[in-house]
Write a protein that binds this ligand. Structure first.
Ligand SMILES: *Cc1c(COP(=O)(O)O)cnc(C)c1O
Length: 414
């Protein structure tokens, strides 16, 4: 980055500092990851200079000799990897991808049914402060109070009662596997479309550790930067019968020119995700999460649903006598980065909730395994028991930094 250093030393220094932070901390935010150097090279390429409104073979600008090939490769790789009939790789991110599916399949004011945000759903699944709760009539299902899990009988009953035009599955804070087949059947029973949003778990689906929604869903959306470990972006995979409507919703209805540098980086990430190494990566993410969960349970932490099937863990901190925010802030000072999060039926407010959310995609990318997970659980416990003891927290931070130097993350060399 020698040009950046010369032209804008202020931004250069901040990027270098962020690079060091990512290198020297244990990043447990489940939606984050480390992309490869190859993905970053594609993201930082001249493709950012090019306008390409339209789709391969049908553009509104000339000079698409290479861009068309890149987008075709990205689309083909996406279709092959997920065994989908059609792929659109242009959505700018996960939220616009969901917006495009609604735009393609619904009219404003139609009824959608998604998982409630405080129970783990995403803003774009019909939450009231989102466009999705404003432009559509929204009804929301929750997890069961007894188990913390989705109750498919309850979801079926609600669908029969409410008759939504579209049902969404997917979550940002649900530690268990989804039954996409059940969602597909419920949607069929009530004549609704089924959208499966796999933003968090796409990498686990690719690795075969979680069920794929492709056979059951009208459309599947995913971000490309979470467990899929690509650039910031998104894709929509759908049945051939919806291809035209989906493509027209992304462009020209909602977006202008695609971000070609991102498209190329998505292609690179999809190639990486097609390798046997990636399948092993996906499996290790889950093994790591299960070991981390076990160890935290042994320290007396209260895990929502009592454990995890995927890459993430949701903890109710109430029994430890601290809030989610206090915990997250103390852990951050120790170099362990999580986020505070609501837990189902949380009596506290979203900006100061009872829980924390953590996950293993990033630490697994840097090669950490079961042994390191037990160590991380020990540090988490030590921090929580010593909130306010800054000297102790600083000592843990030093240990964390030392461990991190033994596990250099992809894409960063200090
Ligand atoms: C992250 C996420 C999104 C949105 O992605 P952005 O890229 O942040 O817009 C949508 N749905 C789910 C389930 C997510 O986890």
């Amino acid at each position: 980055m020698r040009w950046l250093e010369k032209i804008d030393p202020e931004i250069y220094q901040l990027i270098k500092a962020e690079e060091r932070r990512q290198y020297e901390s244990i990043r447990l935010i489940p939606s984050e990851n480390y992309t490869s150097a190859a993905v970053m090279e594609a993201t930082g390429s001249v493709l950012t200079n090019k306008y390409s409104e339209g789709y391969p073979g049908k553009r509104y600008y000339e000079g698409q000799q290479y861009i068309d090939q890149i987008e075709n490769i990205a689309r083909e790789r996406a279709k092959n990897l997920f065994k989908a009939e059609h792929a659109n790789v242009q959505p700018y991110s996960g939220s616009p991808a969901n917006m495009a599916v609604y735009y393609a399949l619904l009219e404003p004011g139609d009824k959608i049914m998604g998982m409630s945000l405080p129970h783990g759903g995403h803003l774009t699944h019909g939450w009231k402060v989102s466009f999705s709760g404003r432009f559509y009539q929204s009804v929301q299902y929750t997890v069961s109070k007894e188990t913390g899990r989705l109750d498919y009988d309850q979801i079926r009953e609600m669908a029969k009662r409410e008759r939504p035009k579209l049902i969404v599955s997917g979550a940002t804070a649900y530690p268990r596997e989804f039954d996409f087949k059940a969602f597909g059947e419920i949607a069929q029973e009530v004549g609704a479309y089924f959208l499966a949003d796999i933003a968090h778990i796409a990498g686990l689906v690719v690795a075969g550790v979680h069920q794929s929604p492709i056979p059951y869903a009208d459309a599947v959306t995913t971000t490309t930067h979470k467990t899929l470990r690509g650039p910031r972006g998104a894709m929509i995979l759908c049945k051939a019968s919806h291809a035209n409507a989906i493509d027209r919703a992304v462009f020209p209805a909602l977006q202008g020119g695609p971000h070609n540098h991102t498209t190329a980086a998505i292609a690179v990430a999809l190639k990486e995700a097609s390798s046997p190494d990636f399948i092993e990566y996906g499996k290790q993410i889950v093994r790591n999460a299960k070991v981390l969960a076990e160890a935290l349970l042994e320290y007396g932490f209260s895990l929502i649903t009592g454990g995890t099937d995927n890459h993430l863990i949701l903890i109710d901190m109430t029994s430890k006598g601290v809030t989610g925010k206090q915990t997250a802030k103390a852990l951050d000072r120790a170099g362990i980065v999580v986020n505070y999060n609501t837990v189902p039926f949380d009596p506290r407010k979203p900006f100061d909730p009872s829980g924390i959310r953590l996950g293993t995609p990033s630490v697994t990318s840097r090669g950490m395994k079961e042994e390191e997970m037990r160590l991380i659980a020990r540090w988490i416990n030590e921090v929580v028991q010593n909130i306010g003891d800054e000297e102790r927290i600083q000592r843990i931070k030093n240990e964390v930094r030392e461990l991190c130097h033994h596990f250099p993350p992809p894409g960063i060399s200090l």
